[in-house]
Design a protein around this ligand. Structure first.
Ligand SMILES: Nc1ncnc2c1ncn2[C@@H]1O[C@H](COP(=O)(O)OP(=O)(O)OP(=O)(O)O)[C@@H](O)[C@H]1O
Ligand SMILES: [Mg+2]
Length: 152
């Protein structure tokens, strides 16, 4: 393939017109800043999670609804804003996202939580939650120990 042809492709990518205004909106993790018709749901979730800002433990939430109706978008939106608020207040909030379709056993969920929290970046191997080999109890203890060590 000639250099000229490649050059013209790249030039066109930079200067040419495109049908899509913002490609980011088509990515899987894009969360719209505004979610019309989801005020009630947003409010309920935010109220439930807001207690973490006072160091309390929020109630469990189960979101259900038809596919594509915005469950993930609403929760991500609230969590994004919660992180912003926590940062303003100097509070550390970690929210692990685990896809139970791939993490399809209890142990895999714990492993994903540990990964999300950065536990496996600890130098000492005995503090880490390995991909396999620990009991559920030991993995849970290591996650809780890590969390408590962050509070000190
Ligand atoms: N209120 C809204 N207004 C406009 N777009 C929205 C709204 N809620 C969600 N969307 C968009 O609709 C798409 C589907 O939303 P989302 O993935 O949150 O749905 P879901 O309920 O989690 O679906 P699933 O059940 O498949 O997990 C996403 O592109 C999201 O950005
Ligand atoms: Mg979803």
């Amino acid at each position: 393939m000639s250099d000229d042809l490649l050059d013209s492709i790249f030039e066109k990518a930079v200067s040419g017109k495109t049908l899509i205004k913002n490609r980011r909106t088509l990515t899987i993790d894009y969360v719209p800043a505004k979610l019309p018709f989801r005020d009630e749901e947003t409010k309920t979730i935010a109220q439930t999670l807001s207690v973490v800002l006072k160091g309390a433990r929020p109630s469990n939430l189960l979101l259900f609804g038809k596919p594509g109706t915005g469950k993930t978008a609403v929760i991500k939106n609230v969590v994004q804003r919660l992180h912003q608020k926590a940062k303003e207040l100097g509070i550390e909030v970690t929210v692990p996202f685990v896809n139970a379709k791939t993490a399809n056993t209890g142990y895999k969920v714990l492993y994903e939580i540990a990964e999300n929290m950065g536990i496996n970046r600890e130098e000492e191997k005995k503090l880490q939650v390995h991909f396999t080999g620990l009991s559920m109890g030991e993995a849970t203890d290591r996650i809780l120990d890590f969390k408590n060590s962050m509070l000190c």
